[in-house]
Design a protein around this ligand. Structure first.
Ligand SMILES: [Zn+2]
Ligand SMILES: [Zn+2]
Length: 124
């Protein structure tokens, strides 16, 4: 699974294999930075940003969302702590919705994934 690939909007290629790796990395001598945990990779990506490299915000958000404890669900960013979240079931799909403002997360095949998708959207 990769968080981002090199391209127009990204100077880094980060993926998860047996370890978490920043491949073809311009910051380390042997061109590959590996670490065991996502927070370490976030720290590493911060170094890339500081060096003026492009690190996609989407990748940072995904990594942050994956760092959250299991079953943790972020509050709705429109309503902060006030919004009440619920799971909607639409045919085969699940979706998290905020009852207060009505905003919805992406559709997913199960509740777990719906929660992960929601967290990725809510992290900024
Ligand atoms: Zn790197
Ligand atoms: Zn809301």
């Amino acid at each position: 699974m990769s968080f981002c690939k090199k391209g127009k909007d990204s100077d880094v290629y980060v993926f998860v294999g047996s370890k978490i790796e920043c491949n073809d990395c311009s910051l380390v001598e042997d061109y590959s930075f590996t670490c065991e945990t996502l927070p370490e990779m976030l720290e590493h990506l911060k170094q890339h940003s500081l060096a003026g490299h492009k690190v996609p915000k989407k990748a940072i958000c995904s990594i942050k969302a994956d760092c959250l404890p299991e079953n943790y669900i972020l509050p709705c960013f429109h309503c902060e702590e006030e919004g009440t979240l619920e799971f909607l079931k639409l045919g085969e799909h699940f979706q998290v919705q905020c009852k207060d403002c009505g905003c919805k997360g992406p559709l997913a095949s199960n509740r777990e994934v719906a929660k992960t998708f929601w967290n990725r959207v809510m992290i900024r």
